[in-house]
Design a protein around this ligand. Structure first.
Ligand code: BGC
Length: 803
């Protein structure tokens, strides 16, 4: 069952009813000011950092869910309604939510009045703009009372939700015309404030939440709205809000447009005030003046459209598969931008207060983003490398605002360093910009410790070489990619963090997955060394890689598939000899992608993977699921069977299998797996899958779960980047390389061919893939050997590949 439809022309998903199984959200903003917005207009905004600079309040565990956010009320006679259904919850005569790229539109209508609410964060603007157009579609004059309201967060989202003995005393606002300024803590150490404003004279306002809502009431039925009035409350402590009231009269057929603006301003210390405790509003005035008219708003929407058209034109496909095209051309790339911006910080499942930017997460996000805006990728790579320690290990996370490593979680995730190699090599192949390797990059952000970025990569590789266990396989540390495989933690204390405790440091537990990573990314590092004339180092690394391959074949191969790990007592995990957790997905993906054991092992491992882990929605993480908790395994066995790491389809690693199928040249299997969880392909199962049908979620409950097929944790998942890599570089086979663009499609038999357009190092490659007797590649009509189209200075290059 569906709750809407894709409008590919407009690049929108159109939701046709408010009662989606879960809030279906969108992201606004591309740099600095960000907003989350659901299909009923819920959500919140923040500046750069969802923990430290939260602008509006959101209650994650609220009932009813998704209450608050942007609260619009239209009072028409006895009826009060909201254009996006919430918060008023009055049934609408018409409802649509159109989530587009960087904007969302809500179209509601009730009793002869229609509302079109378009919300966006204009490019390079620290402000969300909400355009509300009301139209009288009846044949009688309408007198409407209209409210727009937001609830302020007292900046630090953790304090805001916990430190009430302080919070209820500090709230402060200022008023000026049709603008409410939120200035809590500005009197002391903060040099930023926020504001909410409308571009028309207001009839009244409230800034104290409890006055506006009234006792025993919530956002559904504020007292002020019920009485069609404002109490003109000025917040002093408690919960500051901004609620603006306007009175409108609309003749039959008439429409009026209002621009509500939610902005954020930072000031230099010495310019904070214009008088004692009176905030300097000049920067806010400037922001407001830039979005005072509809023409300005329209221009911003147009600029946004152009921005996305340009970005998405870097890789497009035209094929017989409509759903494939819409994933590749629109939604998968859009999600790659979102994960690049957010890492794992702020979604409807990530509270924005916990994880900040993950080292391995952000490195992987770059794989799907680097072709979009390489300059931003470059900056990010250096930021990430700057939280690494001198021995090659690294902090696991950092806070976006401070860019400092998160000491609470610390380090010791032994896969982390190798991901830095992965993303830097991807950046280099995309751009050819070797100067990044010279970028002075500190260790642990300490001034004076800067070394060229290349040295960070070297230490990353070396970290694995120098941290091996009894079988010559990499030590796992606290965990590898699978955060929940905690083989040294042995936790029996409720609430103890599986990731940070280590009650028994065996110094023995090993990861076959990291071994696969090392073979893949060690090889990529060696290729990089070759490019920059470090032949001896390349040879040394290749020796290490060969040794690792040998260790995997000796101790990591189980006969029909790759093992997962060795525990603290040197016992295999992910082996036929285990009762549960006999086979895991991760090493099958990485060892096959790395080519360990060649095609023979690869095909065997993948066949086992499909046979034992395959379900309708993809490949489960492990099987059989752990039915009880084992302290020697850690968090993985803490989840009920079929959920999360204990045997769900953990979507992130499914594209590894897709890529592995491409590696053994099975286009049918690769495409079949791709389509099993690509959101557009499962749109019509939305009542089962439940999360948004236009973005990937982290997990889909496995067969062992009660709610088999139900997805959770939409949006912020490495699935976005890896799916884009799998489909663009594996199935469609277009891969940037040092010497040129590799064109090596691995299509299913069901596809006769396709057209691909790829912008690569300044050249537009128009690629025709077709089937025919004369196999091979032509470049501008000339046949070439191999599958690498050499670099060229020409603006356009036509490539034909015949399969
Ligand atoms: C984390 C990833 C991790 C994955 C698997 C996610 O929640 O963000 O870093 O690889 O879980 O455990």
């Amino acid at each position: 069952m569906k709750y809407g439809f894709f409008d590919d022309q407009a690049r929108e998903y159109v939701i046709t009813r408010p009662d989606t199984p879960l809030p279906w959200i969108n992201y606004l903003g591309s740099d600095g000011f960000f907003s989350l917005i659901s299909n009923t207009c819920g959500g919140y905004s923040f500046y750069r950092d969802a923990k430290l600079r939260r602008i509006t309040r959101f209650r994650y565990n609220n009932v009813p869910a998704d209450d608050g956010g942007r609260c619009f009320y239209i009072c028409d006679g006895d009826t009060v309604w909201s254009p996006a259904f919430l918060p008023a919850r009055t049934p609408l005569d018409r409802y649509r939510c159109r989530h587009g790229l960087g904007y969302s539109v809500f179209e509601g209508a009730k009793n002869g009045v229609s509302a079109a609410l378009t919300v966006t964060v204009p490019i390079d603007t620290s402000m969300e703009v909400q355009r509300l157009t009301l139209k009288n579609e009846s044949d009688q004059e309408k007198k409407l009372t209209v409210y727009g309201a937001v609830e302020w967060c007292l900046w630090n989202a953790v304090d805001d939700a916990t430190n009430f003995q302080r919070n209820w005393n500090i709230g402060e606002v200022e008023l000026e015309g049709s603008t409410v300024y939120h200035k809590t803590e500005y009197r002391e150490r903060r040099d930023h404030y926020a504001f909410y404003s409308v571009n028309a004279p207001i009839a009244g306002f409230d800034t104290d939440r409890d006055s506006f809502l009234g006792q025993f009431r919530g956002w559904r039925e504020p007292l002020a709205v019920e009485q069609r009035t404002s109490f003109c409350s000025v917040a002093s402590g408690w919960a500051p809000i901004a609620a603006l009231r306007l009175e409108l009269t609309l003749a039959p057929g008439e429409e009026k447009t209002l621009l509500f603006r939610l902005g954020y301003v930072e000031l230099p210390r010495e310019e904070k005030f214009t008088a004692l405790n009176v905030i300097n509003k000049a920067p806010a005035h400037k922001l407001l003046a830039a979005f005072e008219t509809e023409a300005q708003f329209n221009a911003a929407l147009e600029a946004l459209r152009t921005y996305w058209t340009d970005l998405l034109s870097r890789f497009t496909v035209r094929s017989s598969e409509e759903k494939l095209d819409r994933m590749v051309n629109i939604w998968n790339q859009y999600q790659c931008m979102v994960t690049f911006n957010m890492s794992r910080s702020a979604s409807y499942y990530e509270s924005g207060t916990g994880r900040g930017m993950g080292f391995r997460d952000s490195c992987q996000d770059l794989l799907g983003f680097v072709h979009l805006i390489p300059e931003r990728a470059r900056e990010r790579i250096v930021d990430i490398a700057s939280i690494q320690f001198a021995d090659g290990s690294t902090y696991h996370q950092y806070q976006p605002l401070t860019k400092r490593g998160n000491a609470d979680v610390g380090s010791g995730f032994n896969d982390d360093p190798l991901w830095l190699v992965a993303c830097t090599c991807a950046y280099l192949r995309e751009t050819g910009d070797f100067s990044i390797l010279d970028a002075p990059t500190p260790f642990n952000n300490e001034a004076g410790t800067e070394v060229p970025l290349l040295e960070h990569l070297r230490r990353s590789v070396n970290y694995t070489v120098t941290h091996k266990g009894p079988h010559g396989l990499p030590l796992i540390g606290r965990a590898d990619w699978n955060d929940c495989l905690n083989l040294n933690c042995f936790s029996l204390t409720p609430g103890e963090s599986f990731q940070t405790c280590s009650n028994f440091e065996s110094g023995k537990a090993e990861s076959v997955f990291i071994a696969g990573m090392f073979v893949k990314y060690g090889t990529e590092y060696a290729a990089l060394c070759d490019q920059i004339g470090l032949g001896t180092e390349a040879a040394e690394i290749r020796t290490q890689v060969a040794e690792m391959e040998k260790a995997v074949l000796a101790h990591g191969w189980d006969g029909e598939w790759f093992r997962r790990a060795y525990d603290a007592f040197e016992r295999p995990i992910g082996s036929k000899d285990n009762e549960e957790g006999k086979i895991f997905i991760e090493p099958q993906g990485f060892c096959v992608m790395a080519g360990i054991g060649g095609e023979a092992c690869g095909k065997k491992a993948l066949a086992s993977t499909e046979r034992l882990l395959g379900n309708d929605f993809g490949i489960e993480l492990l099987s059989p699921c752990y039915s009880e908790y084992h302290d020697y395994l850690g968090e993985i066995s803490s989840y009920p069977p079929g959920y999360k790491e204990n045997g769900s389809v953990f979507c992130h690693n499914n594209p590894w299998i897709t890529l592995a199928w491409c590696k053994v040249r099975d286009g049918n299997a690769a495409f079949d797996l791709y389509t099993r969880n690509a959101p557009a392909y499962i749109e019509d199962k939305s009542e089962i899958h439940r999360t948004e049908p236009y973005c990937y979620s982290q997990t889909i409950a496995g067969r062992a779960a009660q709610n088999y097929g139900e997805a959770k944790n939409a949006w912020l998942t490495g699935t976005a980047a890896w799916s884009f890599v799998a489909v663009s570089q594996g199935i469609l086979g277009v891969r940037p390389d040092y010497a040129g663009l590799v064109v090596d499609p691995c299509l299913p038999d069901s596809m006769a061919g396709c057209q691909i357009s790829r912008l690569f190092r300044g050249t537009r490659y128009e690629i025709t893939v077709r089937r025919g007797a004369e196999k091979g590649l032509t470049v501008d009509g000339q046949p070439i050997a191999g599958n690498t189209v050499p670099l060229t200075d020409a603006p356009l290059c036509r490539v034909t590949v015949t399969l």
